[in-house]
Design a binder for this molecule. Structure first.
Ligand SMILES: [Zn+2]
Length: 455
């Protein structure tokens, strides 16, 4: 039988955001992921480009995990006429609700105050809370390893990806082929999540490549311990911008483990100033099978952190403004592009005794990028602030596979597939395509946005 299937790379091809892959089989259209383009103005503008197929003609959406760059376009797709089912794992359904609620709220807030003072008028939000309600109404949760019909033309199965809670890679079977989309792949041997599942056999692999040209440092917690110890000597507050989803939990667990073996750091007050991170913590509680067991201290504090307090209300958050001595504040967003972290940076950037610790990737155009690349002064809330605090950038807490992890995962493939590298800058995507060819002899190429291939 001649193939009727085609794959079009709509997003996360040549960029790391806007993940959207259109699989067309016998006239039916399936989106694998439905992410928002994020970052600098040029990249965000890609959200306004019409899709290759009108939203109303998409038959189904298959979501790999709950990060905004994989789900953030969904309410817009619904607003534009999509009415089909949205498949995801049960923990991802919970995470989607948290992340999309926050996205709708943030878009309205940014519009109201003009995109971080970046320009006088921000474009209207892509969607609002009512579109999120409509999108969530289309969600059909499916557990890992349970095959499900997709648009009547393919059978899909989720397998653990080990990237964030609920994350999966997905295999679609149709016309005698098995096509695997990695989504975002996690790392092997992480404290909270199980290792990625083996690939099995596949004719096509669409693989992420975020850190395809890099190797992560082996033990991020030792780097964090040394940073905290030095910061305590300086004597000022320690501010940690961290993504509410997963990174905050990774940091809390690492701090708890450091406290268990370091008495001085055990005495340090730890504040989690993030209502969203608290909701994600609750999701870990709700899905105990979706992660490794979480240690607790005798008082029941999450992840076993000592001297822990959670700030949920605005009043609780504002009370942290008075913070002077050594204490840790973990808050979002992780790239300091919005949220409560801006208040803490506004308060402490000009304090030579303070330490700011960035434990994640900082994309170009964000405040986090400026601070981790040597800015002497920055503007927050209209004020120009000298950067006198110590800035530390830790790279070991990434939730993405590095080159070694990708190689280890590729080695679990029992066939010789054609690989397309997505979700990476050109250098890292090229490195992954080269790796697939050199180490495994697979035909491999870097996907470009707008490119369509016959399967
Ligand atoms: Zn992700």
């Amino acid at each position: 039988m001649a193939s009727t299937a085609q794959l079009t790379f709509v997003g996360a091809a040549g960029t790391v955001t806007g993940s959207k892959h259109l699989l067309s089989i016998g006239g039916r259209h399936i989106f694998i992921d439905c992410g928002l383009f994020q970052g600098v103005v040029d990249v965000r503008a890609l959200n306004d480009i019409p899709l290759p197929v009108p939203a109303g003609e998409i038959d189904a959406v298959v979501i790999t995990h709950g990060h905004l760059d994989h789900i953030g376009y969904l309410p817009k797709l619904v607003r534009d006429g999509f009415r089909g089912p949205v498949f995801c794992t049960p923990p991802t359904q919970g995470l989607m609700q948290i992340v999309l609620d926050d996205a709708a709220h943030l878009q309205r807030e940014l519009h109201a105050r003009g995109f971080n003072h970046e320009r006088p008028h921000a474009p209207p939000p892509y969607y609002d809370e009512s579109d999120v309600v409509s999108a969530m109404g289309l969600v059909r949760p499916v557990p890992l390893n349970a095959p499900f019909d997709t648009a009547g033309v393919a059978t899909a199965t989720y397998h653990n990806a080990g990237h964030i809670i609920g994350s999966a890679f997905v295999a679609l079977e149709f016309e005698g082929k098995r096509v695997v989309f990695s989504g975002d792949l996690g790392r092997y041997g992480r404290p909270l999540l199980y290792d990625p599942d083996p690939i099995g056999a596949a004719e096509i692999i669409v693989s992420e490549s975020t850190y395809g040209d890099r190797i992560h440092p082996p033990d991020p917690s030792e780097e964090l311990r040394a940073t905290l110890a030095t910061a305590m000597v300086l004597g000022g507050p320690i501010v940690i911008p961290a993504f509410a989803v997963e990174r905050s939990q990774d940091i809390l667990l690492a701090i708890a483990q450091i406290q268990a073996r370091d008495e001085r750091i055990a005495s340090l007050p730890i504040h989690l100033d993030s209502p969203m991170a608290a909701k994600v913590d609750a999701l870990f509680e709700a899905f105990p099978d979706a992660h490794k067991p979480i240690p607790r201290d005798r008082a029941g504090a999450p992840f076993g952190v000592q001297n822990f307090s959670l700030e949920v209300t605005t009043e609780e958050s504002k009370a942290l403004n008075a913070l002077a001595g050594p204490a840790v504040v973990v808050s979002a967003s992780g790239m300091a592009s919005g949220g409560r972290i801006l208040h803490h940076l506004h308060n402490h950037l000009a304090d030579p005794n303070a330490t700011i610790v960035f434990p994640g990737y900082q994309s170009v155009g964000t405040l986090g990028f400026l601070l981790t690349h040597g800015a002497h002064s920055v503007r927050i809330f209209g004020d120009t602030l000298p950067v006198l605090a110590t800035i530390v950038h830790l790279s070991g807490f990434s939730a993405h596979a590095d080159q070694n992890d990708l190689k280890r995962w590729f080695a679990t493939c029992r066939s010789k597939p054609h690989l397309y590298a997505v979700h990476g800058e050109v250098e890292s995507a090229t490195a992954v395509a080269t790796l697939a060819g050199a180490a495994f002899g697979w035909p491999a190429e870097v996907a470009r946005r707008g490119m369509t291939v016959d399967l």
